[in-house]
Write a new protein. Structure first.
Length: 72
């Protein structure tokens, strides 16, 4: 994304702002295109974060299914 990536929550909040602005019928074409471009980048970023979180969850659940060593 940028020099310092936003948190997932920040990116999602920005996406919501972009959608709100894109719904404005008075938005000019150039601004709309710039917002759309930013929104697509944020969408990809959020999708990557969700995929990473899902992978981590699956790994945690997989590790939890392993037999536990008994400590006497």
């Amino acid at each position: 994304m940028t020099q310092k990536d936003p948190t997932f929550s920040q990116a999602l909040q920005r996406l919501e702002q972009i959608v709100e602005k894109l719904e404005d019928p008075n938005l000019d074409l150039e601004d709309g295109l710039a917002l759309l471009e930013e929104g697509v980048k944020l969408h990809k970023y959020c999708q990557t974060k969700l995929t990473q979180a899902n992978s981590k969850i699956m790994q945690i659940l997989k590790d939890d299914e392993k037999p536990q060593e008994r400590i006497d």
